[in-house]
Design a protein around this ligand. Sequence first.
Ligand code: ADP
Ligand code: MG
Length: 907
Amino acid sequence: MENVQINPLGNNPEVQIPDPCVSSCNFYCEGDKILNQESEISAMEEDESSESLADSMVCDSGSRLVPNGFRKPNCSEEIVLFVNAGSKESIEPDFGISFRDDKFFEGGDTFQTEELISSGGDYPFIYQSARLGDFCYRIDGLSPGDYFLDLHFVELINIDGPKGMRVFNVFVKDEMILSDFDIFSIVGSNKPLQLVDARVSIKDDGLLVLRFEGILGSPVVSGICVRRAPPRESVPHVNCEYFVCNNCATEIKYPSTQKTKVRMKSTAKYEKTIQELSDKLQRKTDECYQSWMSWTATNEQLEKVRMDLDNKTFQTYTLDQTLEKQADKLGAISNKYEKEKKYWAVAINNLQNKVKVLKREHMQLSCEAHDCADTIPDLSKMVSAVQTLVEQCEDFKVKYNEEQMKRRKLYNQVQETKGNIRVFCRCRPLSKSEVSSGCASVVEFDAAKDGELGILSSGSAKKTFKFDRVYTPKDGQADVFADASPLVISVLDGYNVCIFAYGQTGTGKTFTMEGTEVNRGVNYRTLEELFKIANERSETFSYSISVSVLEVYNEQIRDLLATSTSKKLEIKQASEGFHHIPGIVEAKVEDINEVWNVLKAGSSARAVGSNNVNEHSSRSHCMLSIMVRAKNLLTEVCTKSKLWLVDLAGSERIAKTDVQGDRLKEAQNINRSLSALGDVISALANKSSHIPYRNSKLTHLLQDSLGGDSKTLMFVQISPSDHDLSETLSSLNFATRVRGVELGPARKQIDTGELQKMKMMLDKARQESRSKDEAMRTLEESLQNLESKAKGKDQIYKNQLNKIKELEGQLELKTSLHGQSEKQISLLSERLKGKEETCERLQQKVVELENKLKDLEEFKSTAYQEKVNYLEKKLKEQVQEHESRSVILQYKVAKIYYCINMEVWLT
Ligand code: ADP
Ligand code: MG
């Protein structure tokens, strides 16, 4: 069965079996041959419907359908060819008949069966094989002439039907010989059905083309038998009528004996068919109409339903969306809820634990409270004791403050007794180079402990100097600082302090002040001490410490902590006893490490811009200013004090002949500033009314820290070498001058009454000097003001002069113009006079003329009157003459008329 397609139409209720009545019943011509429609359907004579059914399928009038198998013919020689379709082998069962294997076909498939074929005829095996599908047969090699064609069919596949499962047409060339052929609807399955006696005529090509065309399902054929047909002449002559071929208008013979029968049969058949068809049509039309109506209604309903559906879909969509959103929200909320739940669970747990702890504590506390309640009497006693203690404490505080004040005063007094200006002498050791070059030491330290020092000058004469302290070359930095450190306490107590190192270059000024990293000097140690004491006092005082680093070179101040150097720094007085430099960097330092960084920054800035650092440093003053702001935490009193640490420029005298230019200027500036320092100190020591602070930038800067309550410490640095003897002597003399004029220890011991008086006087003198200073300052300021005003006035005066000059120029121009115009005026006035004279003359003339005119008019008017009168008289005379003349003329005219009339009458 694999080659076979079983038509599934049997299951489809829509499939309609073609109405057999519809098949054509027209007459056709093929050459001269007439194909009549009469056919015998022997087995179906009694069955009207079957007959008409089979009849309608046969297109050739000579052919007919026979519902049984092939029988052995009387004369087997008639058979030209029998093709057993679908068979693979040729069979020749009897002598004379040969059933050829399937040949001449194009397309299609074969099918074989072992099924029993009922009424299979003499050779039923023909029907057990078939070709089916889309195929045709091209049988060639036939000799031209007329043949009968028999086709053998059987339904082997759709054995259960129904009808109409396999419907097809059969064509010979293009001639349809079977139409709407349905084997099953005629004989059912497994029964042979033959189309016999289909007449064909073969042309010269000897080719017979058989074409099978499926309408429903695929065509099938079991055998093709080609037989020789007797020539047409052998057909008995019948009385023929002629029909015209519908296709080609050829006249076709039609035997008259069959005519009536065929016509009646076909007419009846057609009428019946037409009737049936029209009934069917009517029914179908009604059905169609009803279907149409119901379809329309259904369509409308459908439209409505669709719209509803659309609406619903949209609603569903929006609902879906909101649902999704809600779901998302719900998710988020549930997540949050979960988190919060956990959080709260933990919190509740914690709280429960806390509550437990609190309960426990509460228990304890209540126990303690009970205990306390028991000890209340003791407690009140204690409270009162504490109160008294507090009171005592307050008392102590006050007393402590008082004591502090006293301590500070006493300390100050101690410092003052030591002298507000102290001079320590420090001698450095001989350097290696000095030793190697054979230099000898000229300094003797036998009485160094008593502050005495001997200098062995030439000729073994010894000169002795006395200072507050003398340091031998063996004394280290710590020893030196030990004596300087009390001043640190004074700074923290609110006093201004100035420590400076004086001496020839190379004597150890920088060593004493700055020191080295491993052997630090006074600067670092002072600050260290400051922080140490500040820390110790941190309960009663709060300190704020800031540092500035300056350099004074050639009377110019340079801020070594400033990032830009463009600014020119000047000293200004901010308040009584407080000078400051606006714009200077004050680096706030919190601890000693920061101090070291600032000091390093300062010294590295000093190196910048100088070719030889040592040389430069020896010719400039390096000044470290430490500002201490203190606040007493008990009394809230604030103080501000300043500590200057100065490494002075080298004090060595340079012979003026040796230097010139910049070096000379440097030397002069250094000399001036150092002698100014000496002058200030000596003026201070002498309690002089005027302290010449302003003689140099150095003393001006140190003003607040020199004199008054401030403490001054000078390190005079000397060299032990005999080479430096003169400079050493010079330095020692300077130091002695500084120290010597100060109140000596002997003078310090005057009785206190005297001291008090002296102090009073001193205070008065100070007051006076201050007020004088103030007056001086105001005078200076007013002088400055006046100067500036004078300058302004000068400017104005110059401007005025310029203006005056301009005006004078203009004036000259104007005067020359004026002269010219005056000349013009005199010229003009002369002309005017002339004009006036002529004018007068002319006026006189005018008067004269007027008089003449008047006379003339008077004379003329009388003459005219006379003339008028005369003329009037003459006119009257003439009028009278005229009148008389006219009377004469009238008379004459009348005379003439009379004459004329007379003449007319006479004639
Ligand atoms: P100045 O600053 O006065 O020019 P320095 O401080 O530069 O002098 O000292 C010159 C040299 O002498 C330096 O090498 C220094 O280390 C050394 N010196 C100065 N004083 C002492 C001292 N007391 N002990 C040891 N060496 C010193
Ligand atoms: Mg130095």
